[in-house]
Design a binder for this molecule. Structure first.
Ligand SMILES: [Zn+2]
Length: 281
């Protein structure tokens, strides 16, 4: 493939960890997937480059975006060192009430032996820890977030302030809208305070959104909405920037690099990607 990309695949990861789970990729598979991207000349786009591509600016063929949801500690322990080795950048979506203060913990490149690494909870254990007010056991610290930003391995964006599905826990539409508005405003304030900046990229908790969600999020200043819809992303310069843009993602499985290669082959070719998704449905 020559010239510029026709479509940009956005990959979705959660955990990179040896603690097994449905949305967990092992460090070995993750390292192999990133080595495949590097050896085949892929480059990773940051949020600004993705935004520019969606608005009609060309980006090189073999561009991909890496995303990580929720901000798990294992992203620091296992993903950051691999991204650093390849000079890759990923987007991490933080739930801004979850990160705690404290010192940077050892990771796979700083630890002299694996026994020094922090214990990594599986997804279910992590959910329980967060529920019980022990998010620090499962989630990145602000100090680790700073180190990842300084290294250029990760950008940090919003995944709301609480991860609560307001559509499920409120009794009226007005209440849902009010709670979501408060949540998104608090998220922006916290990221601005901790990072000194906040972007217009937002990842929907559990991929859920409706017309109210979009309207409130646009009002709060978000323009790019990361979904769990499978598919590729094409540029569309005709679309007004103020209307916001939904971004499709590919959920990466705990599979070898060859599996990722086949997904990318499909989803960098818009017509084939659409046909593939039609058949799958
Ligand atoms: Zn999430």
């Amino acid at each position: 493939m020559k010239g510029s990309a026709r479509a940009v695949p956005v990959l979705m990861y959660h955990h990179i960890s040896s603690s097994p789970g449905m949305i967990t990729v092992t460090p070995e598979h993750f390292a192999a997937q990133m080595a495949y991207l590097a050896s085949t000349g892929h480059r990773t786009l940051g949020s600004r480059q993705l935004s520019a591509f969606l608005a009609g600016e060309p980006v090189p063929a073999k561009s991909v975006v890496l995303t990580f949801d929720d901000g798990y500690l294992d992203n620091w322990v296992h993903a950051h060192p691999v991204l650093q080795r390849h000079g890759f950048t990923a987007l991490c979506f933080l739930v801004s009430t979850w990160p705690c203060e404290g010192e940077v913990r050892p990771n796979a490149s700083s630890a002299s032996s694996p026994t020094e690494l922090p214990r990594l909870l599986n997804h279910h254990e992590g959910e329980l820890a967060i529920d019980k007010g022990r998010a620090d056991e499962a989630i990145l610290r602000w100090s680790e977030i700073d180190a990842m930003r300084a290294a250029g391995t990760f950008e940090f964006h919003s995944h709301t302030h609480t991860h609560i599905r307001w559509d499920q826990v409120t009794r009226s539409r007005d209440e849902k809208r009010a709670r979501l508005r408060d949540d998104l405003i608090a998220a922006r304030q916290m990221l601005d305070k901790q990072l000194g900046e906040v972007s217009d990229h937002l990842c929907w908790p559990q991929g859920y959104y409706d017309d109210d969600y979009r309207e409130i999020a646009l009002d709060a200043g978000f323009r790019h909405f990361y979904t769990c819809h499978t598919g590729s992303n094409e540029s569309d310069e005709t679309r007004a920037g103020n209307a916001g843009r939904s971004i499709n993602r590919l959920e990466v499985r705990d599979r070898p690099a060859s599996w990722l290669a086949s997904r990318l082959w499909v989803h960098t070719r818009p017509a084939i990607s659409r046909a593939y998704l039609r058949i799958k449905r």
